[in-house]
Design a protein around this ligand. Structure first.
Ligand code: C2E
Ligand code: MG
Ligand code: MG
Ligand code: MG
Length: 284
């Protein structure tokens, strides 16, 4: 279309680029305020053992309840927070909030609590990450074995050398490490034996078209078999149908997470719906 309009049409792009830049700046300013003003919240999605549907843990997922826009999904503000560096305080807030909640459940409605928290690539560049995590665990009193950190293959592959030391440092605290969105990043399988990984998390893109897509079924089955042979745990994300759950069970996938079993929800709702603790105040 720009071509048809001919010479000088580039000037139409200028205002729109400026608009995009301005919107980003505005969003960035609002996100700063959101963190300060308590507009961020964590939702918790349950994770279940595949063979008996026993509750085995949950994943903390950040939500931004913006007074102007309603709920802003993390896909809209996590990348921005990464670019601007705000992810460091935001990530600490997420980790601390998740640990406080898990400790609260540990002491009450959910003595077997396990909680998974997502890390971003920028947080991995922080040479003091292990100390920071250790500090938050000590502060909140959550035993390290209750915490799992999720990172992606790309995050690891982008900085192989630093990451090896960093992951060893994190592992030595006694927590668990999971590879999120497994199978979607560019990576070398060699890192699976080099790094102290506990779990692979099969990406939703390989789960969503089961049982219609034979290739996805093969990929999912192969990841499960590989994980089991490497003595890693394996969890599938994005499980939405009974057929998917049945397939994953037949393949021996340890755990499942997805809308079929439970959506991400606020702590009080999680306590009510998943933990069945009605007569207790279960939000930390
Ligand atoms: P993720 O860690 O892979 O999280 C799984 C995403 O899939 C979540 O989206 C979850 O709500 C969604 N999901 C779960 N079950 C189903 C299902 O059955 N079907 C479908 N269609 N979706 C399902 P959400 O909460 O929007 O988060 C998106 C991504 O944002 C996360 O992907 C993670 O990479 C990032 N993120 C979320 N919270 C945090 C955080 O606290 N810190 C960092 N660094 N990243 C976060
Ligand atoms: Mg995750
Ligand atoms: Mg994931
Ligand atoms: Mg994913």
């Amino acid at each position: 279309q720009a071509k048809e309009e001919g010479r000088g049409t580039y000037r139409f792009y200028t205002p729109s680029l400026t608009r995009v830049a301005n919107e980003r700046l505005a969003l960035e300013a609002r996100l700063h305020r959101a963190l300060a003003d308590g507009e961020l919240q964590l939702h918790y999605q349950p994770q279940f053992a595949t063979h008996d549907k026993r509750l085995i843990g949950c994943e903390a997922l950040v939500r931004w309840m913006s007074p102007e826009e309603g709920m802003v999904p993390p896909a809209r503000f996590i990348p921005l927070a990464e670019e601007t560096g705000l992810i460091v305080p935001l990530g600490s807030w997420v980790l601390r909030t998740a640990c406080v909640q898990a400790k609260h459940w540990l002491d009450g409605a959910w003595p077997e609590v396990r909680i998974a928290v997502n890390l971003s690539g920028r947080q991995l560049l922080d040479p003091n990450l292990a100390e920071r995590v250790a500090g938050i665990l000590a502060e909140t009193g959550l035993p390290p074995e209750r915490l799992k950190l999720e990172l992606t293959e790309s995050m690891i592959m982008d900085h192989v050398e630093q990451t090896a030391d960093l992951l060893r440092g994190l592992k030595s605290l006694g927590l668990r490490l999971s590879i999120d969105d497994f199978g979607t990043g560019y990576s070398s399988l060699a890192y699976l034996k080099r790094f102290p990984i506990d779990e692979l998390k099969i990406d939703r893109s390989f789960v969503q078209d089961i049982p219609d897509d034979q290739d996805d079924m093969t990929i999912a089955a192969t990841i499960i078999a590989m994980a089991r042979n490497l003595r890693l745990k394996v969890i599938a994300e994005g499980v939405e149908t009974q057929e998917q759950l049945d397939f994953l069970r037949r393949q021996g996938c340890h755990a499942c997470q997805g809308y079929l079993l439970g959506r991400p929800m606020p702590a009080e709702e999680f306590a009510r719906m998943v933990l069945g603790a009605t007569n207790e105040i279960t939000q930390a």
